[in-house]
Design a protein around this ligand. Structure first.
Ligand code: GNR
Ligand code: NI
Length: 175
């Protein structure tokens, strides 16, 4: 296993639409392993492959440390080619952060429950209902696969402020 570099704003790769995974090869398994190591090291509760510069529809997640017993609480797991089948009318608000937008947190409103279809590393297709932090996190990660970041849901004022801050920081770092 290896820790990979997490790309951060304003890296344009974060805006790519990731490609479906057609075959679960040893390279895909290695990528998933490395994503877990990178995610735990960061630390984060979820990671999309594009965050380690691989534009593939692959997500790792581990909510074990963050959720209470009784909440629907998946173990360390991999989501390949995840799709949201339906979303609740009811919404919930979570303070979100993103490893690609370090040290920035804001409340985001999303559907409170979603039904998700995905493939696991054995090629088995699953359908599951997500709620609570699981629902928020899977929506945040699927957004990454489509080039969407949580700051896109904020007011233009807040979004422009954070995008500007990261553009400035990158410019300073390049000097
Ligand atoms: O570690 C993370 N925490 C988090 C908190 C609230 C909502 C979403 C997340 S995902 C984030 C890791 C990340 O950037 N995944 O893409
Ligand atoms: Ni993120």
């Amino acid at each position: 296993m290896a820790i990979r570099e997490i790309i951060i704003l304003p890296d344009k790769q974060l805006r790519l639409v990731s490609k479906p995974i057609e075959k679960i090869t040893p390279e895909i398994r290695k990528l998933a392993d490395d994503m877990f190591e990178t995610m735990y090291d960061a630390p984060g509760i979820g990671l999309a492959a594009i965050q380690v510069a691989q534009p593939l529809r692959l997500i790792t997640m581990d909510l074990a440390k963050k959720t209470e017993d009784g909440e629907n609480n998946p173990q360390p797991r991999v989501f390949i080619n995840p799709q949201i089948l339906s979303s609740s009318e009811e919404t919930s608000v979570y303070e979100e952060g993103c490893l690609s937008i370090p040290e920035y947190y804001e409340e985001v409103e999303r559907p409170a429950r979603v039904r998700v279809r995905f493939t696991d590393l054995d090629g088995k297709v699953h359908e599951e209902d997500a709620e609570g932090l699981f629902a928020t996190c899977i929506q945040h990660e699927i957004d990454h696969l489509n080039g969407i970041l949580f700051v896109d849901y904020l007011s233009k004022l807040k979004r422009d402020r954070v995008l500007k801050k990261f553009a400035k920081a990158a410019k300073r770092a390049a000097e």
